[in-house]
Design a binder for this molecule. Structure first.
Ligand code: NAD
Length: 275
C-alpha cells in the first residue's frame, strides 16, 4: 500500500465524481479518492458511470486500500440520500465529503441557452446542495465532519463560461454559508479552487491538448510547471484531515499562483512587455 502520513486514518469519505473522463492522466475526483485511501480512509466512490468508479476502486484495492463503488446521479435527491445511507452502511460514519462533480460550459450571458444554464447549475451546484443536504445531518449527529468543495479559479476570474463560473462561485458562497451554519456542530467546510490543471476531461476538449495551449497553460502560472489532479488531491487531503482542524470557510487556490497576479504583471512576467 502506497501509504503516506495516515492523515485520515480510520475515517470514511464520500467522493462524488470519483471516476474520471476516459483518457491518459487522472481526474481530480479519482486522484482525491486514491489520495484519501492512501492516507488511511475508506472511500465511497460515487459516479454517474459505475465503470469509471470501478477503475478508481481497482487502483485503490491494488494498493491495499478500502473502497466501495456507488452509482448515482447526484443531481437527484433520492440518489444523494441513498449515497449517504450506503456510506453509513459500508463504513459506519461519514467523516469526509468531497464535492467534486463538475463540467464546464462555454458561453456568455447572451449566447448560452436557458437549457445549458439549467444543466450547468444542476451539475455544478445542485449536486453540492443535495450531497450536503443528506451528509450534514449525519456529520452533525456525529459531532464532526469535513466537507471540501472543488470549485475553480473560474469562480474568481473571467473565463467565458458564465453558467459554470456562476455555479463555481455559488460553491464558494455555500462554503462560507455552511461553515457559518454548521461550525458549532463540529463540521468544517472548505473549498479548493484548481487552476489550469491537466486532466483527461480537459484533454478531451477539442483544441485543448495542443503544444501551444499546453505551453500557455504552464507559462500562465508563476511556477511555470504543469499541474494535475494529484496537486488538487494533496490540498484536499490536508483540508479533509484533522491537521486542518482550525481551518473552515476558506478557499485554497491550487493554481501555480495564477490568482496572485494582475494581467499587466503577468505580461511582464512572461516578458511580453519590457520589465
Ligand atoms: N480539469 C480542470 O482543469 C479543472 C479546473 C478547475 C476545476 N475543475 C473541477 O474539478 C472537478 C473534476 O474535474 P475533472 O477534470 O477531473 O472532470 P472528470 O470529468 O474527469 O470527472 C468528473 C466525474 O464526475 C462524474 N459525474 C458527472 N456528472 C455526474 C452526476 N450527475 N452524478 C455523479 N457523477 C457525475 C463524471 O462521470 C466524471 O467521472 C470538476 O468539478 C471541475 O469543475 C477542473
Amino acid at each position: 500500500m502506497a501509504r503516506t502520513a495516515g492523515r485520515v486514518e480510520g475515517k470514511s469519505a464520500i467522493v462524488t465524481g470519483a471516476g474520471s473522463t476516459p483518457g491518459p492522466g487522472v481526474g481530480t475526483g479519482k486522484a482525491v479518492a486514491v489520495a484519501l485511501a492512501r492516507e488511511g480512509a475508506s472511500v465511497l466512490l460515487v459516479d454517474l458511470w459505475a465503470e469509471r468508479a470501478e477503475e478508481t476502486r481497482a487502483l485503490i484495492e491494488a494498493e491495499g486500500g478500502k473502497a466501495e463503488v456507488f452509482a448515482a446521479d447526484c443531481t437527484k435527491a433520492a440518489d444523494c440520500e441513498r449515497m449517504v445511507a450506503a456510506a453509513l452502511e459500508a463504513f459506519g460514519t461519514v467523516d469526509i465529503l468531497v464535492n467534486n462533480i463538475g463540467r464546464a460550459q462555454v458561453g456568455t450571458v447572451v449566447d448560452l441557452s436557458e437549457e445549458d444554464w439549467d444543466f450547468a447549475l444542476s451539475v455544478n451546484l445542485r449536486t453540492v446542495f443535495l450531497a450536503c443536504k443528506y451528509a450534514v445531518p449525519v456529520m452533525a449527529a456525529q459531532g464532526s465532519g469535513s466537507i471540501v468543495n472543488i470549485s475553480s479559479i473560474s469562480a474568481l476570474r473571467g473565463d467565458g463560461t458564465i453558467a459554470y463560473s456562476a455555479a463555481k462561485g455559488g460553491m464558494l458562497a455555500m462554503t462560507v454559508e455552511m461553515a457559518y451554519a454548521h461550525g458549532r456542530q463540529g463540521i468544517r467546510v472548505n473549498a479548493v479552487a484548481p487552476g489550469h490543471i491537466v486532466t483527461p476531461m480537459v484533454k478531451s476538449i477539442p483544441g485543448q491538448d495542443t503544444d501551444y495551449v499546453n505551453t500557455l497553460r504552464n507559462e500562465a502560472g508563476l511556477l511555470g510547471t504543469p499541474g494535475d489532479g494529484w496537486d488538487v488531491a494533496s490540498a484536499v487531503a490536508f483540508l479533509a484531515s484533522d491537521e486542518a482542524r482550525w481551518i473552515t470557510g476558506v478557499t485554497l487556490p491550487v493554481d501555480s499562483g495564477v490568482l496572485s497576479v494582475t494581467p499587466l504583471s503577468m505580461a511582464r512576467h512572461l516578458r511580453a512587455i519590457p520589465q
